[in-house]
Design a binder for this molecule. Structure first.
Ligand SMILES: [Fe+2]
Length: 230
């Protein structure tokens, strides 16, 4: 992805979140120069990968296949302490997050406002295929069963609990507007816990056609070496 597109998408996301009165922690709006002045007191942000994350999953077409999110809190699997995570995501109409499951993470996906979120579901077979068995999920504490590949539509305020090894694919419903999507989960580890049904890229290669306005969660140390203990 081009840095100019990443900058523009993050600026639009900040505006969209503000429209929905979704207030962000200070690190969400720190400029690269502020990161460069920061020290090891910010280590938790770096080690737990808090902050902005954008991907086109290698599609080259972010509007069609892509996701923009910010991780607000997270723990580490290799350390005791925080066992939970929270994200907020911006999902546009028709913008797909490809089919995947999590091996360890259990997550509630929450429509926090805007349009409607469409989620297609399959159970995973033992060899990580798509099962043709029906899927039973909890939607705000009420069990619902859909056919394999069936869709659950979340309107604002609704949420779904996605258990481990439950394949899911989601997008914003056409004509309903951009969706503000929350995620409350166990610890998140994007380096090894996501099993995508089709091969996809996760963290995009970035073409530096302009300077970054905000840093992404996987590039603090590149732009701000002061965050590393000397
Ligand atoms: Fe997921």
């Amino acid at each position: 992805m081009k840095r100019s597109e990443i900058n523009a998408q993050i600026c639009q996301a900040i505006d969209f979140l503000a429209e929905h009165q979704y207030l962000l922690p200070p690190f969400a709006t720190w400029m690269p120069e502020e990161w460069q002045r920061a020290g090891t007191e910010c280590r938790e942000i770096v080690e737990c990968s808090l902050g902005w994350d954008i991907t086109d999953f290698g599609s080259g077409d972010f509007a069609s296949v892509g996701l923009l999110l910010i991780t607000l809190r997270n723990g580490r699997k290799d350390q005791p302490g925080k066992t939970y995570a929270e994200k907020i995501m911006v999902v546009r109409e028709g913008q797909v997050t490809p089919t995947h499951f999590h091996s360890d993470k259990m997550e509630d996906i929450i429509n926090r406002g805007g349009g409607n979120l469409m989620i297609r579901l399959w159970n995973a077979t033992p060899d990580d295929g798509l099962s043709d068995e029906p899927v039973t999920v909890s939607v705000d504490g009420v069990l619902r069963t859909v056919e394999a590949g069936g869709i659950v539509r979340l309107t604002p305020g609704e949420s779904i609990c996605l258990t481990q090894r439950l394949y899911h694919r989601f997008w914003g419903e056409d004509g309903a507007g951009t969706v503000l999507v929350g995620e409350v989960s166990s610890v998140n580890d994007d380096t090894c816990d996501n099993r995508f049904y089709d091969e996809v890229g996760r963290f995009p290669a970035i073409e530096e056609d302009e300077a970054p306005l905000r840093l992404l969660c996987n590039e603090y140390l590149r732009f701000a070496p002061s965050l590393v203990p000397s």
